[in-house]
Design a protein around this ligand. Structure first.
Ligand code: GLC
Ligand code: CA
Length: 553
């Protein structure tokens, strides 16, 4: 298989919503095996699966009860082994999702801690409350409410940065780190070719005090020992195998830390996910509001990370969608009139950047946000908590619902749309209803229709993925921002050993003019979303609604 991460593309699967083979309404591992040829046809090199380990599923598997066993709802160990072997036959590697900031409160370690076993109590953060009866600190859980849960029998609280059933692990305890290493080695021995480490930059806590100015994140984000812990994990496990790729999910991180997390010789990780570019429709860090996308900010952030990581020989993961995000075509594009054009435009911007692109299931079809109209259709713990919190703050139920419809993680979790049948081919007809509602637009947006259409979004992604393998200027080149202050154009130049690439996109649904566009003499168009080629005349490039094109010399 191709193991050069610069030339690779990763396909992300949320197994619960991908393909259900036994008609119980939940996606499963056999469903992933069944669809391997489809992923191969798209051209992906790695498949990242979100967690399918034993779990009460309060956070859809990010609350792990046992890292060594498969949740029977997803399948069995034999299915995992077969999946790894079948992917390998097709030249693809599996990448597993390791949740090590916290475990489910049903994990044996936590249960033993709750029995009062001092060895396991040290695996977590148990702390006394304040004199006045308040929790140890005022930190907020990322899913809403205070981040400490009271345990009466100890008269102590435990820390949970996420749901109350996700207890934070104490990485300062060497025994925790040893257990984590054991788990990683176990999956390496099974033939796993990569790891994604969930919110890994939150594992080193800087101490416990009230945050006078924020929600507490400054006490645990990119904490004091984070680089030490990652270097240690690397040296004890995947660092021995040059073929394994790793990506860290970095929450609210800084560029300065990311140089090191994903620096070429830092001995930490291969690459990082950062999220600042997906907060351009937030108010600061506040997600549960309705504000328009700040395009200038989006460009500034992406360019800053692109050039900053390049200067320090560090590597980005690049993406517009995942299981925690709304669908990018609904978010930054137009999922109606210019659905196809805008989906292709957004894909072009991401896939020609310097970094390893990630495609999230259904993104390659231009899948849109969920069409839910009632709160009962939403399943995500974060959405449901915030729906309540918004109303507690005085919003009406319908205003709260509107915000949830826009920002809910469930937008990315509706079943994969394989065909136009009752359940979109996720569950076969006659099976149980899928665990979360199928989008009504599956009659038109589905795999079957797009495989048959040479001009489909699917085929466009396929071509972008192939181009990254063909053109080293895409995989290895330097990046130079263009049109930095243009109100509608997103553009950049890539250069590599005398080769050049110009990527241009109109980010909006109105025709626009790009004055001072680059001279394209000697260039040829390698991909674009309009049949008719357009190029600058007298330095002015007129771009149609959502038009994008990539020119190469
Ligand atoms: C990451 C996951 C998300 C999960 C959270 C807590 O952000 O992507 O789905 O809820 O971590 O594990
Ligand atoms: Ca199933």
């Amino acid at each position: 298989m191709n193991t050069d991460f610069r030339k690779s593309t990763v396909y992300q699967i949320y197994p619960k919503s991908f393909r259900d083979t036994n008609g119980d309404g939940l996606g499963d591992l056999r469903g992933v095996i069944e669809k391997l040829d489809y992923i191969k046809e798209l051209g992906a090199d790695y498949i990242w699966l979100t967690p399918f380990f034993v779990s009460p599923q309060n956070d859809n598997g990010y609350d792990v009860e046992d890292y060594y066993r498969i949740d029977p709802r997803y399948g069995a160990m034999e299915d995992v082994e077969e999946l790894i072997a079948e992917a390998d036959k097709r030249g693809m590697g599996l990448m597993f999702d390791m949740v090590f900031n916290h475990v489910s409160t049903r994990h044996e370690w936590f249960r033993r801690a709750m029995e009062g076993d001092p060895y396991y109590k040290e695996f977590f953060f148990f702390r006394k409350g304040k004199e006045n009866g308040d929790p140890p600190t005022n930190w907020e859980s990322k899913f809403g409410g205070n981040a400490w849960e009271y345990v009466e029998k100890f008269d102590e609280y435990y820390l949970h940065l996420f749901d109350v059933t996700q207890a934070d692990l104490n990485w300062a305890n060497e025994n925790v780190r040893k257990e984590v290493q054991k788990i990683v080695r176990f999956w390496m021995d099974k033939g796993v070719k990569g790891f994604r480490f969930d919110v890994i930059n939150l594992i080193s806590k800087a101490g416990f005090a009230d945050d006078e100015t924020g929600d507490g994140r400054k006490f645990y984000t990119d904490g004091p020992n984070i680089h030490k812990y990652l270097k240690e994990l690397n040296a004890a496990t995947f660092g021995h195998d040059a073929q394994i790729i790793t990506v860290g999910e970095m929450s609210s991180t800084s560029l300065e830390n990311c140089y090191q997390y994903a620096g070429r010789d830092a001995g930490e990780l291969t690459m990082v996910f950062s999220f600042h570019h997906l907060k351009v429709d937030f108010m600061g860090n506040e997600k549960w509001v309705l504000v328009p996308t700040d395009f200038q900010k989006l460009k500034n952030i992406l360019f800053r990370w692109q050039t900053g990581m390049e200067e320090h020989n560090a590597w980005n993961a690049v993406f517009g969608c995942n299981h925690d995000q709304p669908r990018v075509v609904s978010r930054f594009g137009d999922d109606e009139k210019y659905w196809k054009e805008s989906a292709k435009m957004l894909a072009t911007i991401v896939h020609c950047l310097r970094g390893t692109p990630y495609v999230y299931q259904g993104e390659e079809l231009g899948m849109t946000n969920a069409d839910f109209t009632d709160i009962s259709q939403f399943k995500d713990v974060e959405s449901l908590n915030h729906y309540q919190i918004l109303q507690d703050k005085g919003l009406s139920a319908s205003d709260a619902l509107r915000i949830v419809q826009i920002h809910s993680r469930d937008n990315g979790r509706t079943p994969m749309q394989w065909d136009d049948s009752q359940y979109a081919g996720f569950t076969d007809e006659g099976g149980d209803a899928p665990w979360i509602g199928v989008n009504g637009n599956h009659s038109r947006v589905n795999v079957k229709a797009q495989l048959a259409d040479p001009d489909s979004i699917f085929h466009y992604y396929q071509k972008l993925i192939a181009l990254r393998k063909e053109l080293e200027v895409i995989s290895c080149g330097d990046i130079h921002p263009l049109a930095e202050n243009h109100p509608s154009v997103f553009a950049y130049r890539r250069t590599y050993e005398g080769h050049e690439l110009i990527v241009a996109a109109n980010f909006y649904g109105r025709t626009c003019q790009w004055k001072e566009a680059p001279d394209l003499t000697g260039f040829g168009r390698v991909i674009g979303n309009y049949a008719e080629e357009s190029r600058p005349a007298d330095g002015v490039w007129i771009l149609q609604p959502y038009e994008t094109a990539v020119w190469y010399r």
